[in-house]
Design a binder for this molecule. Sequence first.
Ligand code: HEM
Length: 163
Amino acid sequence: MTITSRVSVLLSTVALGGVLLTMPIMSQTATVSASTTTQLTSNTLALSDGTYQVPLNVYKTGTTNTSAMMQYMNNTAVLTIANGTVKIDVSTKSQADMDMMTSFSLNNYTGVKQGTHWLVSMPTSVWQNTMASHMVIDVPLIGWHEEPNADFAFNTANTTKLH
Ligand code: HEM
């Protein structure tokens, strides 16, 4: 990336406003503002063992445009980290929303349904702040079937420790 384009990225990021985010600019680390919906680039789960509430956004694959899935999902997730495993708990807004979801996976790890929650466990070593999801949606009443993908973005820079 050229210096000019780095500066434009910096300026456009500043323009978004919001939470603090650090990004390296020409071997220095500058602190700039960014929107809470900006995808974070860190791929390391730098959280100690515990349970955390984490802001969640779902984007259309490969973009930062909010996915249609956010109509159905709560915008926080709960991460439980223990013994090198992270259990990811995401939930739908209602049981009716969950009932349309026949299956769900995150980063190719299959989700287990529990009420309005999908629970997905994976090694902390494969964690990424943005991970691809795959799901199957069935609404028999209207004969609707789809198998869409979407990107799940977890804002682990902005967690609340629950216990
Ligand atoms: C829990 C229920 C549902 C979930 C989680 C879901 C999720 C998704 C996702 C992730 C996409 C890919 C595009 C994007 O990320 O925005 C998508 C596309 C689409 N869905 Fe659904 N969907 C659900 C129910 C429905 C229902 C009930 C309908 C229609 C009756 C529907 C119609 C569509 C259509 C037409 C598209 C393609 C248009 C587009 O890409 O924006 N979906 N859905």
